[in-house]
Write a protein that binds this ligand. Structure first.
Ligand SMILES: Cc1cc2nc3c(=O)[nH]c(=O)nc-3n(C[C@H](O)[C@H](O)[C@H](O)COP(=O)(O)OP(=O)(O)OC[C@H]3O[C@@H](n4cnc5c(N)ncnc54)[C@H](O)[C@@H]3O)c2cc1C
Length: 356
């Protein structure tokens, strides 16, 4: 995999709800292998928005068999990229796109008879839809239960696609819509997809012992509460995967160096796409800050420790991270770090972006 942005033409922008669109991208034949994806992965899209170079992560909602690379973008009021995508983006325009990345995935096991259970809120359905479709095809003996939180059915992304899937896989797919602003006859699923709702569901229709793999995707707060409830109900940590979309109100913006947190200047040898170079970091800088100041093109998107686009392995020296919402403990132990957060603790570090 390379870490370079590629220019992809927008093939189609299709409204999904009043405040969400899906965007299909044309992948020319020479880039097919670079853009081969696993269900659950995301792309980093980059565009000049009102004079600002903005890059954001969006999960792929299609599956490889569709022969189409498609993402879905919900409008966040005041949000830079999502407003641009929902109001200005049109077929024929060109976006800069990083190849697929992310570990919210699982290799399908065709002989397995597993019960996958997904908790998705709002646009968090995007990678879950891809996983769900793919697993229903590639694990013919497995079943899938989806709990999907939205305000109303009208604001529910992929409502019709999910209903069609349900018709096709009656016996293996269960979908429970949890609606916060639309009352129905079932109190079980009224309200928000919050701790109380997850508790109710685990106590009644979905006991933890029946869950082989759990998938959680949405805003930070929803992930944290769902994760805590699943763990306390006895679902093993190793059986749970989650993908954070960011924290409303606290989303990362590029930060300036924080000299009080850092000891000293440093040198960093950086390997990217087989090329090694050295940058000199100032006290308080992260590896990413130092590299960008030196004019290097490193892969990154959120700059806030959420999306993991800037994940790399520290092969010499050590770093500390102010924020890590993306890496599992085993990854940190194995030397992986988010370069947007990584402040060297040693005067020299070697950071390898090719060891994914
Ligand atoms: C791995 C990953 C995958 C993602 N996949 C998708 C996807 O498939 N579809 C999708 O629509 N989004 C997805 N996101 C979120 C997306 O990357 C952007 O954060 C989101 O579109 C907002 O960007 P913006 O430029 O419009 O807002 P910004 O200009 O960055 O933010 C403007 C304001 O909105 C708030 N805000 C930012 N993001 C969110 C959010 N997610 N929810 C609520 N408030 C927010 C900020 O705090 C800020 O106040 C994903 C994020 C990650 C990390």
């Amino acid at each position: 995999m390379t870490h370079r942005f590629h220019a992809l033409r927008v093939a189609e922008v299709q409204p999904l709800t009043d405040d969400a669109v899906s965007v299909a991208l044309t992948v020319p034949p020479p880039l097919r292998s670079a853009f081969a994806f696993e269900p659950g992965q995301h792309l980093t899209l980059r565009a000049m928005v009102q004079g600002e170079d903005v890059r954001r992560s969006y999960s792929v909602c299609s599956i490889p068999e569709d022969d189409e690379l498609r993402v879905a973008i919900r409008h966040v009021p005041g949000g830079r990229f999502s407003t641009f995508a929902n109001q200005q983006l049109e077929a024929g325009q060109v976006l800069a796109v990083l190849p697929p990345a992310g570990r919210f995935t699982v290799p399908p096991e065709p002989a397995a008879a597993r019960h996958h259970v997904a908790f998705a809120a709002g646009s968090g359905i995007t990678p879950v839809l891809s996983l769900l479709r793919s697993l229903l095809v590639h694990e013919p003996h497995s079943r899938f239960t989806l709990l999907y939180g939205n305000r109303t059915m009208a604001s529910t992304m992929f409502r019709d696609a999910l209903a069609d899937l349900k018709d096709q896989h009656m016996a293996r797919l269960a979908i429970h819509h949890v609606l916060s602003r639309q009352q129905r006859s079932t109190a079980l699923l009224d309200g928000r997809l919050d701790a109380a709702c997850v508790q109710r569901v685990l106590r009644t229709v979905l006991p933890a012992r029946q869950i082989d793999m759990a998938w959680i995707c949405g805003p930070d707060s929803m992930i944290d509460t769902t994760l805590a409830e699943l763990l306390s109900a006895g679902v093993p940590e190793a059986a749970i995967r989650f993908e954070r979309f960011g924290a409303p109100g606290a989303l990362p913006t590029p930060r300036s160096p924080a000299p009080e947190r850092s000891a000293a200047a440093f040198t960093a040898d950086i390997t990217l796409d087989g090329v090694r170079s050295t940058v000199h970091g100032r006290p308080g800088e992260t590896v990413l800050d130092a590299a960008l100041r030196a004019g290097q093109e490193l892969p990154f998107a959120c700059r806030g420790g959420v999306c993991a686009t800037c994940r790399a392995r520290v092969v010499k020296g050590s770093v500390s991270m102010a924020v890590n919402h993306a890496l599992a403990p085993w990854e940190v132990e194995a030397g992986y770090a988010l370069s947007c957060q990584a402040q060297p603790e040693t005067s020299h570090v070697e950071v390898d972006f090719d060891q994914t």
